[in-house]
Design a protein around this ligand. Structure first.
Ligand SMILES: NC(=O)c1ccc[n+]([C@@H]2O[C@H](COP(=O)([O-])OP(=O)(O)OC[C@H]3O[C@@H](n4cnc5c(N)ncnc54)[C@H](OP(=O)(O)O)[C@@H]3O)[C@@H](O)[C@H]2O)c1
Length: 256
């Protein structure tokens, strides 16, 4: 897809991977709508000439109609980047109900609801892409991260299903499956006793740079197909889990 002049909506654009993604898409000539919870970080993004839309994606009422609101301000959304997400490192039996709901809603429900809102216009125009930022944790079933692993597993696999649904429409779905990226999220986890222990064990693995990830995502969207799986070490875990899907693709060949 040609990104010059495209309208790209990025959730969680105030920091970390989302900010790097918004910068990379802006660098490719796109106009940006940055979404995050209201606050000074979001306000500051307006200085870059980006449109901003305040929304807490864990609240259904904030997610409802969000794509239409962005389209009214900046024209039809061409690329939806579902990046906002959070993790908590706590055993499930000690997690409060509100946090469980917040992680699952932000990481899993909101991305597919926003895609549901954005896709009809994309398919009508034969132009568009949905980018879902997921995690290798979705393939790893890590203890003490039940809601995160469950949500990222669902996000990755749902995006793979969406890719198949969108074949022949001119619209792409791109799963982005990432290992550790140096952002606030991994620092927050390190502050937790359980997450801290895990971070120490994974310490030998170098963290990815958010800008490098973002540039790879932009290239995949420009190409119009494919996934991003980084680092390369993460690829076997992701593609092994897809084996039954590829076999099913063969069984379903020819069925429209
Ligand atoms: N860092 C890693 O190692 C890693 C690895 C694999 C995948 N990922 C995934 O990459 C994505 C970005 O992670 P990151 O490391 O960049 O995290 P981060 O630095 O903690 O940034 C999270 C972003 O999401 C936004 N956000 C969080 N909760 C939100 C909510 N309820 N409503 C709206 N916005 C919300 C935050 O904005 P405000 O706080 O300003 O609202 C912020 O912009 C996540 O989906 C994460 O799961 C990260």
């Amino acid at each position: 897809m040609k990104l010059s002049g495209a309208h790209v909506l990025v959730t969680g654009a105030t920091r970390g991977i989302g900010l790097a993604l918004a910068e990379a898409f802006a660098g490719a000539g796109a106009s940006i709508t940055a979404v995050a919870r209201p606050g000074p970080r979001l306000d500051e993004l307006a200085c870059r000439g980006w449109r901003t839309a305040a929304a807490d994606l864990s609240r259904v009422q904030d997610v409802d109609g969000l794509v239409d609101r962005a389209a009214s301000a900046g024209g039809p959304v061409d690329v939806l980047v579902n990046n906002a997400g959070l993790n908590v490192a706590v055993v499930l039996r000690e997690l409060d109900a509100d946090t469980l709901r917040r992680v699952l809603t932000t990481n899993l429900l909101a991305p597919f609801e926003l895609a549901r809102q954005a896709l009809p216009s994309m398919v009508d125009r034969c132009r568009g892409a949905v980018v879902n930022i997921s995690s290798i944790a979705g393939e790893l079933a890590l203890r003490n991260q039940v809601p995160y692993c469950a949500s990222k597993s669902g996000l990755t696999h749902g995006t793979r299903a969406l890719q198949r649904e969108l074949r022949g429409t001119g619209v792409a779905a791109h799963p982005v499956v990432l290992g550790l990226v140096a952002t606030d999220m991994i620092h927050d986890l390190s502050a937790d006793p359980v997450g801290g222990q895990m971070a120490k064990r994974f310490d030998r693995l170098p963290a990815l740079d958010a800008a490098v990830v973002a540039n790879r995502v932009v290239r995949v969207v420009e190409r119009g197909r494919g996934a991003v799986v980084m680092p390369a070490l993460a690829a076997p875990a992701h593609y092994l889990r897809l084996t039954p899907t590829y076999l099913t693709d063969g069984l379903l060949a020819g069925i429209r």
